[in-house]
Ligand binder design. Sequence first.
Ligand code: PLP
Length: 382
Amino acid sequence: MTTHYHLETLTVHAGMEPDPVSGAVMTPIYQTSTYAQADVAVHKGYEYSRTDNPTRTALQQALAALEGGQHALAFASGMAAIDTILRLIQPGEHVLSGNDVYGGTFRLFDKVLSGYGVQFSFVNTTDVTAVQAAMQPNTRLVWLETPTNPMLRLTDIAAIAQIAHAGGAWLGVDNTFASPVLQRPLALGADFVLHSTTKYIGGHSDVVGGAVVLNDTAVYERLKFLQNAIGAVPGPMDCFLTLRGIKTLALRMAQHCHNAQQVAHFLADHTAVSHVIYPGLESHPQYELARRQMAGPGGMISFILHGGEAAARLVARETKLFTLAESLGGVESLIELPAPMTHASVADSPLAIDPGLVRISVGIEHAADLIADLQQALGQIR
Ligand SMILES: *Cc1c(COP(=O)(O)O)cnc(C)c1O
């Protein structure tokens, strides 16, 4: 779909063609594995649903339009999407990864793919000089997240794209935390945009999925070959749910940002809280970069309590609207403690998270109710 439409329009219309058979306005769930052929190898573009499925096609078109890319491929999970991109890298080649990427990404790189001869090094991508220094002659891919999880560190995508390209490497940006509404990495020079559509894009905590968006047609053809060859594809129902989520993505992101900004101010003023990390607060070390690179600071907040881990556990247990759970980006607010939950696997590494750090995914409820809930939970700290 042409990109002259505003994002709000694209979320509703991209990938949406009335169904050619019935005129159905909403993309049907093509719950089929195979397709009738008029004659041997004569078909309508669909042969087998691992290769292509019309509901997936619609989702892929929508995702490409949202990121301003030429092509998108949908996968069964964010990890499946990352793994498929990494199959572009040959043994003996080097990948330069951010050092506080999603734990599952670190595990895939460090515990799985490094066993197949791909070399990895992990650097602080917020430090442009450190990235430059870590580039090697065989670096084929630079991989980063911005904002990161749960420290919400930002990386200057345009600056790293220049370094990667000067070294003959691709830049992949995991845009899960920002969503295409708040950040468009391809426009800043990235070659791949990665999404766990499980999070903001799906937005309702009811589906697991992933996607890659890119411009280069030759690389897309290779990835599409890999998508079919490996087969980690999403089912049509999951594609439908993700498409349905996309229609309200712009509205939801606006409300996530609005609520999170208010919750962040509330937390920053609370006497039980020692430190709040949120890119929308001037106290964030990269507040200026956030304003330049993102259309809004997002819905994720991390904070540390004076009472340390015991206080953090109490608050996570006592909130009522904020459900104690992993994951993020749904309409409902969630709370978790990264150190013993999502980030337990990095406990013994330099990336270990303060056990008293609390991460919240601020939902789209009324901000006053969310603040009141946090207030009553924080009030129970003795
Ligand atoms: C959740 C997540 C992933 C992995 O996606 P799945 O859909 O869970 O496989 C990758 N990157 C980030 C930033 C995530 O939050």
